[in-house]
Design a protein around this ligand. Sequence first.
Ligand code: NAD
Length: 417
Amino acid sequence: MAGSLFSMVLKQLDIATKNLNLDENIHTILKHPERELTVAIPVKMDDGHVEVFTGHRVQYSSIRGPCKGGIRYHPDVSLDEVKSLAAWMTWKCAVMNIPYGGAKGGIKCDPFKMSKDEIQRMTRRYTVMIMPILGPKRDIPAPDVNTGAETMGWIMDTISMFEGRTVLDIVTGKPIGLGGSLGRREATGRGVMLVTLETMKKLGYDISNTTVVVQGFGNVGSVAANLLHEAGCKIIGVSDVSGGFYNPKGLDLASINKHVSVSKNHLLEGYKGDAETVSNEELLLLDADVLIPAALENQITKENASKLKAKIIAEGANGPTTPEADKILRDKGVTLVPDILANAGGVVVSYFEWVQDIQAFFWDVDEVNKNLKRIMGKGFDEVWSFSKDKKVDMRTGAYMLAIDRVAKALKQRGIFP
Ligand code: NAD
């Protein structure tokens, strides 16, 4: 599955460049990541034996600014996946008009089978291995699947030890006491909530009558579910890697939150509240107005797209919908808010964190959320009107807007030498 991800990236790029009538030379350049680094990461495990993990860092583009993108720990991590995610980061920063290029990193590992000490040693060694290409003005990592504030703190500390000074602006998504930004942890889910509400407003939905299903109850999915619930929507289904729960009358999110706060690996498994169990496949097909895929890529495919009942899809995850499924959904009249817009809240607040670190002046959470709302709202409006104007779906519109910005910057800079 992961092997085909970059061909999906190229297909999306082809469509956008054709619609934009873009210079073929620019198209050719944009098909290639600027830099790919693969590293071996030897780690002494707790029992004394050594495991060698494979890690990657791909800098897709620095045309519009320093490279920016998360680091993922997952057994399915591959160079193909990291490269694809790095390309999406490039388009995401461009569509939100923040001054970054795009990058991504990852280690092929199963963090659930490792101790915290092993993960820390792996993180520090990986950091040193990719350090030659990192830098606050070069490439600034952030969290992604199975990494978080603690991981970012270790990365910051490792680089600081080598530099002989504290380097706060080398990584975002750090703990608050270590130069992190208030509101960063919730930012991606908050952004998903904001674009979902904007879409509902455009389509004339009444919030209190709107039902929502969320796949993935991690950082992005749980925050999106909780904030949409607070906004008045009815959350009728949620799931994670262990399976899902469904109640057509609305789930009791407070008791679900309580359960995952103490359950093993914070999974939904074992939840005993008022809900039926459903598989992840069944969850996607539930009868709800809004579907938020917030787990991994390739979840909505040509096999299940025609059976989906949701009228709005807001992509919390990166790449959850295949191009074949996209076409089926478009033909069905589903409004799909694409990943590069819907889940951009994280990188927007990462940008705020970087700005705060550089200025050594920290904002309160209202300031963060106010600016996030402003930038997400502007990004949404631009993509919405551009897509209407060009008579294309929102994904194509978002890609066209983003790729046009990158292409213009490339033209202005010229091709070195
Ligand atoms: P996370 O690790 O906190 O959560 C991932 C969730 O998905 C977990 O609940 C996990 O159990 C679930 N999951 C994993 N495999 C699954 C499967 N096969 N079926 C159903 N559920 C499954 O990660 P996250 O940070 O919430 O990221 C989720 C998605 O959002 C990823 O695609 C990530 O790239 C994207 N994203 C994250 C951020 C961010 O700031 N964290 C920003 C932009 C995009």
